[in-house]
Design a protein around this ligand. Sequence first.
Ligand code: ADP
Ligand code: MG
Length: 271
Amino acid sequence: MSGKGSKVLVDDLMRVYKAGKLEVVALRGVDMEVAEGETVAIMGPSGCGKTTLLNLIGGLDRPTAGRVIVDGITVSDLNDTQLVFYRREKVGFVFQFFNLVSTLSVRENVELPMTAAGKSASSRRERVDELLKAVDMKHRERHRPDELSGGEQQRVAIAAALANDPPLILADEPTGELDTETGSQILNLFKSLKETYGKTEIIVTHDKRVGRIADRVLVIRDGSIVGEEEVDIPTYRAKEQLETENAALKEQLQKLTAILSGFEKELKGPT
Ligand code: ADP
Ligand code: MG
């Protein structure tokens, strides 16, 4: 798989839903930039426009005003045919409810997007193997989704999202249906995907622990981005720091011990 991520630019993005006479302003002028290979988390209360924003970036919906530009492509200018191509080649979607085809095996689910993209059987086979290994699901390749746990299904869904090697991963509450520990594992998987493959990731979540894996956390309220939250010093980073300090102390101790044993020898004098 190539190691390239997308550059995303969201410019004064608005989305107004009309239901009869009723108008819902879901996004009221959102600006954001995501750099190539960056992981950005988007947090905010229910109904504030997170899904709307992600759908617009992913070309699943069209804005009322404003633009989304991904790697120089103005997504809102694409016609329907171009949008299909954009979604298939550029974007890997990961949803809250795993989005797998229940009648297909794990293997077939991961293969499906590549079949749709017209990839050859041999390249599909190879890629499926690689992806299933990357998400640690190779041992379950013949199983159907309903025979898997939620966390396992989400790992397969992530493999399927990566099938066509898209530079941009969009995840909408990917841990929303998972218990704390499993959710944590899925977040770690996003972290390793970013590190291994250099994907750009935009992750919508309620999960505060996303701070551990995100480069930035954007906070959205009522259709606007209201700020950027300082990412807490993540536990794993604190742990890493302690381990480094520990190693340094150990080294110092070894040196001191060596010096002391030298003194000891001197004190004892020649034997
Ligand atoms: P979030 O994902 O943050 O929970 P959404 O983007 O789903 O928020 O929704 C933002 C606002 O837009 C909400 O008030 C929601 O009710 C409204 N909304 C979302 N989709 C539609 C739609 N298809 N038609 C009308 N209103 C919608
Ligand atoms: Mg939502």
